[in-house]
Design a protein around this ligand. Structure first.
Ligand code: NDP
Length: 324
């Protein structure tokens, strides 16, 4: 028997119920993990409130975690009981024990703690594909990262700065601005107080940005498009303030042949090899000092509702985790 946070009916944070769950033995190609730390992510909010649909209710919420293998199913040869591992996988991570496909799991190097891994997996793998694959950030690029002091934001800002980009971040408060400055941002805009597109124009002397990474969604649209130079890339990767409304393709044409994409991590790590390369690159960035793990808060698993309230109320910075 394990303890888990499950959702029986979609709704607010009160929909998160702490209860006993049965954990099956691992089947063919699966491993069972005793979890020591779980990530808290905005995608968990979307599943809890119904913006993203779970396959069935009740379901265990959560997408990434770290822990030790306690059992392996038939056919698993790469993992053994006692291995320190982490994963990103569909809903089911807010639990003390979980069975996941071995193909979704990566081994943790000794220098990464379980807490760091839980803070890094979903957010760090996301920052990796956004900066290296969706748009290849290069030295000298001007890039705009919204919610720069958030979980994905702090990782992306540090990493992009280490790649030589000029990073402009947006944040909601002055405290968050300080954090963004100390994590790679050259310029920080308080987007609740200032017209961020006008400020971006001023900062870049009218040149605008090569790419905008927008996980905020509704509230920053269409301003994000106004921050892009001709041929620039609008990367809409999240909906913290609500989804981007449908828009006319001509909006891209009239700002200079812009590109727009709505990427999803699942697609970028669907192949095992892509997952392994991304995780290795992420851990190497921590080892070589390009990336400090932005782990800021730990909550008890039973207090997951509090973690969601804080995340939705914009009270958190960096990554939050849950502990069993
Ligand atoms: P964050 O820690 O970044 O939290 C969200 C932040 O968004 C807040 O702290 C807040 O920062 C800002 N925000 C702006 N408007 C609102 C609003 N109305 N309500 C709440 N927050 C708001 O979360 P994560 O790091 O977990 O995720 C960041 C984004 O990345 C999310 O949109 C998430 O869905 C997306 N994501 C997408 C993935 C993908 O593959 N497509 C994978 C992983 C994450 P401030 O106060 O500074 O404005």
């Amino acid at each position: 028997m394990a303890k888990a946070i499950r959702v029986h009916e979609i709704g607010g944070p009160e929909a998160l119920v702490y209860e006993d769950v049965e954990v099956p033995s691992p089947g063919k190609g699966e491993v069972r993990i005793r979890q020591h730390a779980m990530g808290v992510n905005f995608i968990d909010v979307y599943f809890r409130n119904g913006l993203y649909k779970a396959v069935a209710t009740p379901f265990t919420i959560g997408h990434d975690a770290a822990g030790e293998i306690v059992d392996v199913g038939p056919g698993v040869t790469d993992f053994h009981p006692g291995d320190r591992v982490a994963y990103y996988h569909g809903p089911g991570a807010y639990t003390t024990e979980r069975v996941v496909p071995a193909g979704r799991v990566v081994k943790l190097p000794d220098f990464i703690t379980y807490e760091q891994a839980a803070a890094l997996m979903l957010k760090g793998l996301t920052a990796h594909y956004l900066l290296h694959r969706t748009f290849r950030v290069e030295r000298g690029h001007h890039i705009l990262i919204h919610a720069a002091a958030g979980g994905v934001g702090l990782i992306a800002c540090q990493w992009a700065a280490s790649m030589g980009a000029h990073v402009i971040g947006t944040v909601g408060t002055r405290e968050k601005a300080d954090l963004a400055y100390s994590n790679g941002c050259e310029h920080v805009i308080l987007y609740n107080e200032e017209d961020f597109a006008a400020r971006v124009k001023q900062i870049t002397n009218g040149d605008l940005c090569d790419v905008v990474y927008d996980g905020v969604g509704k509230a920053t649209f269409p301003g994000s498009l106004d921050c892009l130079k001709p041929f620039g890339m609008f990367v809409s990767f999240g909906n913290a303030s609500g989804p981007v409304p449908p828009f006319a393709m001509l909006e891209l044409a009239k700002r200079g042949s812009l590109f727009a994409t709505r990427p999803v991590l699942n697609d970028y790590i669907a192949r095992r090899n892509d997952l392994v390369i991304a995780a290795d690159t992420l851990f190497a960035a921590v080892l070589n000092g390009s990336l400090k793990v932005p782990f800021q808060r730990a909550y008890a698993l039973r207090d997951a509702a509090k973690a969601h309230r804080d995340l939705e109320a914009r009270l958190t910075t960096g990554a939050s985790i849950l502990k069993p």
